[in-house]
Ligand binder design. Structure first.
Ligand code: SF4
Length: 283
């Protein structure tokens, strides 16, 4: 962006001075509250998957405790309406808490055991997506949002990659954000060119969804920061197989992001490798 500064006495008529002002970065709404300071860890939010499981367990405990408190407070009034209602709700809460704990245990056993114990609709393309989002909400309260989201996305990718899905070249779509550094962008284009897969720059989540609607891919490799990826996975992964590559943000959000190009190539190569006429899925 540039602005012109005018001179006062016409007699001296100094030349107008061109003042260069740094073009403001356009922040994605996920980063609205960013204070302009460098991000912790140079914008690298890598975290061990165990962090997600600890926060997911905390999320189940917090949700159970919140509903229990509500039941404790309104229980007497419910009993006035209908005697057994309060007791039935306590039993339902106990069953739900038990099922949630069991689900989390099966998830952890699948992740650490190296074998998905449930079909994708009951795991990474099912309730897991909701669990990720609720866990992110709890993590925000502890100031650990980005790290917990990173760990959650890593767990998601591991489970999704294990399905061993393959698709035809034209059936894979690579979605990238507008904030990649030039080097990262060049690298992505090179990989996409090598495997003949289309690349789209999705400047907003809405556009990403539109591209998916119009192109109708059978699988997507998406690149985004943890915050944007969580929204994208929640909206898309239930309908379409997605692998989500998170970025590092050494210059703060929404600018000059870098990615692990080796990881991207492994995913693209794996998805289009030896693909039959139509995609196949193996457990
Ligand atoms: S993906 Fe890039 S542009 Fe979008 S919110 Fe994240 S950092 Fe900003």
């Amino acid at each position: 962006m540039a602005a012109l500064q005018t001179a006062t006495p016409p007699s001296q008529a100094p030349r107008a001075q061109l003042i260069h002002i740094e073009v403001d970065r356009r922040l994605g709404h996920e980063w609205d509250e960013w204070n302009g300071r460098p991000l912790p860890g140079g914008g690298d939010f890598s975290a061990a998957p165990g962090l997600f499981f600890r926060y997911a367990a905390l999320t189940v405990a917090v949700a159970t405790a919140a509903v229990a408190l509500l039941l404790y407070l309104i229980g007497p009034r419910l009993a006035v309406l209908w005697e057994p209602l309060s007791q039935d709700l306590w039993i339902a809460l106990g069953v739900l808490a038990g099922l949630s704990t069991l689900y989390l245990s099966v998830l952890a056993a699948s992740f650490y055991g190296g074998r998905n114990l449930l079909p994708e609709r009951l795991m990474e393309r099912g309730p897991y997506l909701q669990l990720m989002n609720y866990t992110s909400l709890v993590a925000r309260g502890f100031g650990k949002r980005d790290w917990v989201e990173h760990a959650a996305i890593d767990v998601y990718n591991t489970l999704a990659e294990r399905r061993g899905r393959t698709v035809g070249k034209g059936e894979l779509l690579v979605l990238i954000p507008r904030c990649l550094s030039k080097q990262a962008l060049d690298g992505v284009l090179e990989i996409a060119g090598r495997y003949e897969v289309p690349v789209f720059v999705a400047t907003r989540g809405q556009l990403a969804r539109r591209v998916i609607r119009e192109r109708r891919p059978r699988a997507v490799v998406a690149v985004a920061c943890e915050r944007d990826m969580m929204t994208g996975l929640r909206d898309v992964a239930g309908k379409l197989p997605v692998l989500g590559l998170t970025m590092q943000l050494p210059n703060g959000p929404c600018r000059d992001a870098t990615i692990d190009l080796g990881q991207m190539e492994r995913w693209v190569q794996g998805l289009v490798a030896e693909a039959p006429a139509r995609g196949r899925t193996r457990q």
